[in-house]
Write a protein of this length. Sequence first.
Length: 139
Amino acid sequence: METEIKQVQKVDTGAFANEQWPINDKKYNFLPQRETFYFGVYSGGEIIAYAQTEIRGGIAETRSLLVKDGLQGQGIGTKLLQHVENWAKQEKKCRKSVVKTSSGWPKTVHFYEKLGYAKDATLSDYYYGVDWYFMSKQL
């Protein structure tokens, strides 16, 4: 079979991925596919924090958690992450919560440790030349 490799846009892979991932997931018993959920914290009708969490295989991975500049350190992120954890455990039956952060954000590392997360793995000299941590806790 003759092949050619091209750089493409994500939109060009959509139909292929939507068809092939379920086949492979079923083949290797990785069903269901991941689901992505977003949670927002509002004040006065304005979003002041959000979290993006993916659920897959009993794991809740919070891929993004952001609190508006100037409002950090007031417990908003803590309440948001605890809400996501409780929701994942109760509604999605997750057994573990996972996050990823880096040594470039030492306050974030401390934030997750304060909430019971422990470093499972370190990727040294990774993105942007800093260490990245994979952290988790049981729900």
